[in-house]
Design a protein around this ligand. Structure first.
Ligand SMILES: [Zn+2]
Length: 90
């Protein structure tokens, strides 16, 4: 992908970009997970597709996200169930 000589069609280039994006390390995930959980509980736009992909694929971080969402919801005095659904549904 770094080779300037290699010619990619726009479609191939687009696919490569998509494939390069989804996986974060668990460390990257932990850097962003507080912010992510706040967005989930706030009910606004979440975005952060790479982090979400990581949470779906990594059970440890997925569990951490659920715990955080439950904690934040408890702090706000709201039902965590809708936020927990947003974790998986978007
Ligand atoms: Zn992880």
């Amino acid at each position: 992908m770094n080779s300037p000589q290699r010619k990619l069609s726009p479609d191939q280039a687009h696919r490569l970009t998509l494939e390069a994006e989804p996986w974060l390390s668990c460390d990257d995930c932990f850097d962003q997970i507080d912010f992510f959980a706040e967005r989930v509980v706030s009910g606004g736009f979440i975005g952060m597709p790479a982090l979400r992909a990581h949470l779906i694929g990594c059970s440890a971080c997925g569990e951490e996200a659920r715990s955080l969402v439950q904690l934040l919801a408890a702090d706000d005095g709201v039902d965590p169930a809708p936020s927990l659904r947003r974790l998986s549904d978007g």
